[in-house]
Ligand binder design. Structure first.
Ligand SMILES: Cc1cc2nc3c(=O)[nH]c(=O)nc-3n(C[C@H](O)[C@H](O)[C@H](O)COP(=O)(O)OP(=O)(O)OC[C@H]3O[C@@H](n4cnc5c(N)ncnc54)[C@H](O)[C@@H]3O)c2cc1C
Length: 448
């Protein structure tokens, strides 16, 4: 059964006759999906048909073919998986706030279920849909292991404040998923989506091409998780901060699009007989850091601007606003890896070419943007623009929290005062050279 605290009613209307409709948004998978499980539970309990709909925005602000391609292939697999369970799947296009209310009426839905996403645009869609319907509307947190709204009703100050709550409640939530059942036949026909015409509608930036090192979809995500646990988890603690090696899991694109459930990842990692230090280090990132980012975006309406920084950070950066910058670059120079710093350029190249910059380099990359732009406001805008344009896992709470951490000390503490950065933690190339083989990293990224 879906834990009651995962389910957040978005209105207080009572159920009407008609099908149970799951508006799938962030968690684009069949398996291990609490929102789909809840929708099916409701349908079976009330003996009503179940239907799933995805509303594709053909011109999602700033999205590129790299991201659309990954998502559409995952959605095709989703359709097949749902149909195997006799669950009809529809894909409609347009702005969800405009298109869904009419669709909901046309299919005669009696209850609407959706998944949780703390980002502004998704919250606005939900508000607009909610304002135009007369059926009950539930949001189910299928992304977080500990439901974001239930675990904390305030902006957490730092990882240690959330960690305490995670430690207290994890065993309650980190449980095995029930299985979906084959949906009893409802008379709603399974109509295949016309993927070719959907693709033709896209208004995405085709300059940022799809990548082939990663295969979208649930099946590939599960394979990658198995391989990571078998081959690399054991050395995660010692290897993950060496950008010239392959110590990270590379799971973030699948987690971002919901092809893989973080709860499944945590369950499998927990079960594995691996080095306890690596297990703990990995679960800290996967659970505490990842879920802290959702908390940040849910409770901080300014998550993507300097307005979201803590007051100590804002004041400190303000004091250094007029400090001379030794280097300054335009957004084009950044984008084309044309800075004086070969390490930074290599990281940018890695992101542009592969859609995934190494996690350690992301911190260095964003901090240097602060150092080489005229203001923290501009630094935020440049970093978010590039991150969301090129990263396969971009447009994610983790990205907004990571950028705010790097540029605005979010979830961090004040450090020693220095120019431009004020009390924001500083990083430099010499520090990187002491930590890892920067020459090898640069050489590797120059080849891609
Ligand atoms: C400036 C900057 C920008 C970032 N942009 C993004 C982004 O757009 N999308 C994104 O998903 N992550 C982002 N991160 C967080 C982190 O770098 C990536 O999640 C991680 O590198 C993804 O690679 P992986 O899956 O191989 O990670 P692993 O090290 O294998 O970690 C496993 C999972 O734990 C979570 N995780 C790991 N590190 C962090 C972290 N620091 N914060 C939150 N969750 C974490 C992710 O879900 C990740 O997939 C950013 C960090 C910074 C500093």
């Amino acid at each position: 059964m879906t834990h009651a605290s995962r389910i957040y009613p978005l209105n207080s209307l009572s159920q009407q006759p008609g099908c149970v409709l799951y508006w799938i948004q962030r968690d684009q998978r069949v398996n291990d999906n609490w929102a789909l499980l809840y929708a099916q539970e409701t349908a079976l309990k009330t003996n009503l048909p179940l239907k799933v709909v995805f509303c594709l925005v053909p011109g999602y602000p700033g999205a590129t073919m790299r991201q659309y391609g990954f998502m559409l292939k995952g959605l095709q697999e989703l359709e097949k998986g749902l149909n195997r369970l006799n669950i009809p799947f529809d894909l409609i296009t347009g702005d969800p706030g405009e298109m869904l209310p009419g669709y909901i009426r046309s299919v005669g839905a009696g209850v609407l279920v959706t998944d949780f996403n703390p980002l502004r645009i998704n919250m606005q869609w939900k508000e607009r849909v909610g304002a135009s319907i007369t059926i009950p509307f539930y949001e189910v947190d299928a992304h977080n292991i500990l439901p974001c709204r239930a675990i904390s009703d305030k902006l957490e100050y730092a990882a240690f404040t959330l960690r305490k709550k995670v430690e207290k409640h994890l065993s309650q939530y980190l449980v095995e998923f029930p299985s979906l059942v084959i949906q009893p036949s409802s008379g709603i026909p399974l109509q295949p989506v016309d993927w070719r015409s959907i693709t033709a509608l896209l208004k995405a930036n085709g300059d940022v091409a799809e990548v082939d090192w990663i295969v979208p979809g649930e099946a590939a995500a599960h394979d990658a998780l198995d391989k990571f646990i078998r081959n690399r988890l054991d050395t995660y603690a010692s290897e993950r901060n060496f950008p010239e090696r392959q110590g990270q899991s590379d799971l973030s694109p699948w987690l971002h699009f919901g092809h893989l459930s973080a709860q499944r990842v945590a369950l499998e990692v927990q079960k594995s007989a691996t080095d306890p230090e690596s297990k703990q280090a990995f679960l800290e990132e996967l659970i505490v850091r990842r879920e802290l980012a959702d908390n940040f975006c849910l409770h901080n309406p300014h998550y993507d601007t300097t307005g979201g920084f803590q007051s100590w950070a804002r004041k400190s950066l303000d004091l250094h606003r007029d400090d001379p910058r030794e280097y300054g670059y335009t957004i084009d120079q950044f984008e084309q890896s044309r800075t004086h710093d070969s390490l930074w350029n290599a990281a940018q190249r890695e992101m542009v070419a592969t859609g995934k910059m190494h996690g350690y380099m992301r911190m260095y990359w964003a901090k240097k943007i602060l150092e080489w732009t005229p203001s923290p406001e501009e630094a935020m805008a440049v970093a978010i623009y590039l991150n969301d344009k090129y990263e396969l896992d971009g447009r994610d709470p983790n990205g907004y929290a990571g950028i705010a951490w790097s540029i605005g000390g979010t979830h961090d503490r004040p450090w020693g005062e220095r120019k431009i950065f004020g009390m924001i933690r500083y990083m430099n190339a010499r520090g990187c050279e002491r930590k890892f083989d920067t020459k090898r990293y640069i050489a590797l990224k120059n080849k891609i």
